[in-house]
Design a protein around this ligand. Structure first.
Ligand code: GRF
Length: 203
């Protein structure tokens, strides 16, 4: 099975997939790591691991749609069975989402539907939440609104800052994301018009 991973930054979730594939936890190979950001640290990590990389810089395109079309063209060359958004920081349009519908996942650092969008940890702290976490979900045109697959919860500790909370959450991200991806690749998890279905059971 072939994975494509989209990143914009350091790529720690991408690294978790590199590790999962090399350890055999995931029966898959990473066919491409694609970034919109030429300075993304994850590009160097992927290259060090011998993984093909590409950079399609969104600044070179005059619309979200033309940028998305360029990414779709590049990704399609690698024929991925699953596309993973991992710290990918651009909003995708249906031009991208539709060709990969049902095989496009994202990880969002909050217990969706709480805190879609940015600055999720600070918002949880400001709200005085006693717990926070992360959600892996199918990607649909609704930003951070696709059917959830797996969530992980962490306690908010006294004195937490957004940084200390993020550091607690990211550990869980690296656990649940490869699990969710494995379910899709094994054909156990599907996106239907009624949401996510795992082993025939709606999630
Ligand atoms: C993480 O908080 C992740 O939840 C979000 O982007 C941040 C950085 O991810 N999607 P990574 O370290 O680049 O994988």
């Amino acid at each position: 099975k072939r994975l494509a991973i989209l990143i914009s930054g350091r790529g720690s979730n991408m690294q978790a997939f590199i590790d999962a594939c090399s350890s055999g936890v995931l029966d898959a190979e990473i066919a491409l790591v694609l970034s919109n950001n030429p300075d993304a640290g994850g590009l160097a990590r992927a290259a060090e691991a011998g993984i093909p990389t590409a950079c399609i810089n969104h600044r070179n395109y005059d619309s979200r749609e033309t940028f998305d079309a360029a990414m779709v063209a590049e990704l399609s060359r690698h024929d991925p069975d699953l596309v993973i958004l991992a710290g990918f920081m651009r909003i995708l349009t249906p031009v991208f989402i539709e060709p990969f519908a049902g095989k496009l996942l994202n990880i969002h650092p909050s217990l969706l539907p709480k805190y879609p969008g940015l600055n999720t940890h600070q918002r949880a702290l400001d709200a005085g939440d006693s717990e926070a976490g992360v959600t892996v979900h199918f990607v649909t045109p609704e930003l951070d609104g696709g059917p959830p697959i797996i969530q992980a919860r962490v306690p908010v500790e006294t004195g937490d800052t957004a940084a200390t909370l993020a550091a607690r959450v990211i550990v869980q991200e690296h656990v649940i994301y490869p699990i969710a991806a494995g379910w899709v690749l094994q054909g156990r998890l599907r996106l239907t018009d009624k949401g996510a279905v795992l082993d025939g059971q709606p999630l």
